[in-house]
Design a protein around this ligand. Sequence first.
Ligand SMILES: N[C@@H](CCC(=O)N[C@@H](CS)C(=O)NCC(=O)O)C(=O)O
Length: 209
Amino acid sequence: MRLFDFPRAPNPRRARIFIAEKGLDIPKVPVDLYHMEQLSPEFLAINPLGTVPVLETNDGSYLTETVAICHYLEKLQPEPVLMGGGATEEAQVLMWNNIVEQNGLFSVAEMLRNWSPGFSNHVFPGSLEYEQMPELIERGRRRSEQFFDQVEIRLGESRYLAGEKFSLADISLLAITDFARWVELDPPASRMALARWYREVSERPSSGA
Ligand SMILES: N[C@@H](CCC(=O)N[C@@H](CS)C(=O)NCC(=O)O)C(=O)O
C-alpha cells in the first residue's frame, strides 16, 4: 500500500489523520502540488482527476476519494472504529462527513481558489481551466461562516459531530477548520462549542499527521 500525498493540503491530511488513528504505517509518495506534479502524465495515469490523496491498495487498485480511502482502511483494520458501528451510526458518520465536505470544504475552497494568485486559471482541482471570479470570495466567506454556525449548533448538543464517538466526520471538520485559516477565518474564535471541540480533537496525537 502507498499513499500519494501532499503535506499542506486538507484532503490528504484527512487521510493521514485517519491512518494515524488506525495506527497504520503506510509509505507516502509525495506529489508536489506547488509544482503541479498532479498534472504530470505519470500521475494522471494513476489518477486522471489530478488530485491527492490517492491510495494504492494491496491489490494494486487506486482509490482517489478520501472517503473511499477511509472506507477501505476501516474494512482492513476495523479498530478503532472511525466510521460508526451499525446502520444508524455508520449513516450518521457519512451524513456529517458529507455535510462537512459539501458545505464546509467547498465554501472555504471557493474563497481561497478565487482569491489566491496561486490559483489563477486553476480554480478547481485537477486539469480543468477556469478563471477566478472575485465575487465568489465574498460568497464563499458567507457560506463558510454559515457552515461553521451550523456546526456550532450541532456541537452544542453533541460531543462529536456524528454523536458520542470521535469519527471520520471530526477528522474532516478538523482539517477544514484549520484550512479556513488560509483565508483568514478563525472559526473557533467566536464559537464556544466549536472551540471546546477543537481543543479536544487537536490534543489527539493524530492531529499532527
Ligand atoms: N474529492 C477528493 C478531492 C481531492 C482534492 O481536491 N484534493 C486537492 C488537495 S486538498 C488536490 O489534489 N488539488 C489539486 C489541484 O488543486 O490541482 C477527495 O475527497 O479526496
